[in-house]
Design a protein around this ligand. Structure first.
Ligand SMILES: Cc1ncc(COP(=O)(O)O)c(C=O)c1O
Length: 428
């Protein structure tokens, strides 16, 4: 434990360790939180929840979760392929398939499990079958700024089941520059060999930069490699982009079927922790075989199925989004309004979605900035100073009012004014 103890002491001494908070109450965007280290309470207006459509507190969604507990209890107490599958799972899979326009869907506990299962299952299949020989290598192309769950899944692709079944063919992973499709094309030309099974995988909306993958250009490139999988992680895209919140395909007015018609295999990962007021993830695909494989690969077999209230709240949330797309329109309006107010106040906000990263001048550190916003203006935003380049990470949601957005931006202006030292002001 010496290494851990020394390392953690150093973390705390450096001032880099994150401030942690415990939530006690939520009323819309008004949260009562306790600072874990001091026990101090704050009533704050939040701009850092991922509950972007406000569905986690929606009466119909809460009621669906309660009703599911009455019917099934709190857990399914088994994995899906043994005795843990309930009818709500089937309904949720059908609802996602309809929402994403891909006929087959399989559920997972979270995005990390879903992508691990997908990559593992695709590269290494499930278990040896007498008389079946698997020899084709896989080439995986991944954006350098992809979310950690993708990075984890692809870096582990070479040593999961592949190691267990030692005959499994090689997996090669190549990263391409962020959203740089010319670089993707170069990497494919350089590394794709005849017989390779190819996967390209990307965040649809990038979780730290709030920008959108250039899917049409990606498809043009991938079309040169028929049969390739095009995997979109829609964690921040579902419910947020596209006129009705359908995500990346709706945003670009493309259908997954048209991708199939071009000889490619569109795969979508949906997560429920952002737009759907719940937790969990799903992989949707055009073909039944891949989804059946995911159900029997080691990553699915060895774990509990999605609990009833989690499944029911995700299901009701997706129904709400499909029935009432006005909430999506409100989110998109709030995103535009917040971005315009930040621009007017001379803040540098990057990306184009409701994930709004604000890059501060180098003299201002995000952690002190966020702390001042909370203590002096009762505004809660996430400071990022590790995981990605320093920034404030602000999320707009559908419940914010214009007055609240103005309150945030004027608080940020006041904190910037206060934290800029006189020396910095003179130099400026
Ligand atoms: C792009 C992306 N993928 C996956 C995840 C993980 O999703 P979940 O926590 O719902 O499993 C996140 C979470 O922030 C994300 O931003």
């Amino acid at each position: 434990m010496d290494v851990i103890n020394d390392y953690m002491r150093q973390w705390h001494a450096s001032g880099l360790y994150p401030d942690k908070f415990i939530c006690h109450q939520k009323h819309g965007n008004q949260f009562e939180i306790e600072e874990a280290s001091t026990g101090q309470y704050h009533n704050v207006l939040t701009f850092c929840t991922n509950d972007v459509l406000g569905l986690a507190q929606h009466p119909a969604v809460k009621q669906a979760a309660i009703a599911s507990i009455e019917q099934y209890g709190t857990s399914n107490s088994s994995c899906s392929v043994l005795s843990g599958r309930i009818d709500l799972h089937r309904q949720l899979e059908q609802e996602i398939s309809a929402f994403k326009h891909l006929p087959h869907t399989h559920l997972f506990m979270n995005a990390w499990m879903a992508l691990q299962a997908l990559v593992d299952g695709f590269c290494h299949l499930a278990m040896p079958i007498p008389g079946f020989c698997h020899e084709r290598e896989t080439l995986i192309l991944t954006d350098v700024l992809n979310h950690g769950c993708i990075i984890s899944a692809v870096t582990n692709a070479t040593n999961r089941s592949g190691k267990m079944f030692s005959h499994s063919p090689k997996v090669r992973v190549k990263a391409y520059r962020h959203c740089d499709m010319a670089n993707l094309a170069q990497k494919l030309e350089r590394h794709a060999k005849p017989g390779d099974r190819i996967i390209v995988i990307s965040d649809a909306v990038f979780s730290m930069d709030g920008d959108i993958v250039p899917l049409p250009e990606m498809l043009d490139i991938m079309e040169r490699y028929p049969g390739s999988l095009v995997v979109m992680d829609e964690a921040h895209a579902s419910g947020a982009i596209g006129a009705k919140g359908g995500g990346i395909y709706e945003h670009f007015n493309i259908t997954p079927q048209s991708v199939v018609d071009r000889g490619l295999v569109p795969i979508i990962m949906t997560t429920f922790s952002k737009f759907a007021g719940s937790a969990g993830a799903a992989i949707s695909a055009p073909n039944r075989e891949l989804i059946d494989l995911l159900d029997i690969c080691p990553t699915s077999i060895g774990t509990i199925s999605l609990p009833p209230p989690v499944t029911a709240s995700a299901l009701e949330s997706i129904r709400q989004v499909r029935q009432y797309p006005e909430q999506v329109a409100k989110l998109q309006h709030n995103t535009r309004y917040l971005r315009s107010q930040l621009a007017k106040a001379d803040f540098e906000a990057i990306g184009e979605t409701n994930v709004i990263p604000v890059i501060l001048p180098p003299e201002l550190d995000p952690k002190s900035f966020a702390r001042a916003l909370m203590e002096e203006y009762k505004l809660w935003v996430s400071p990022i100073w590790f995981v990605a380049k320093p920034r404030l990470r602000i999320t707009a949601n559908a419940l914010h009012t214009e007055a609240e957005i103005e309150q945030l931006v004027s608080g940020m202006v006041a904190v910037r004014e206060k934290l800029f030292s006189p020396a910095v002001k003179v130099m400026a």
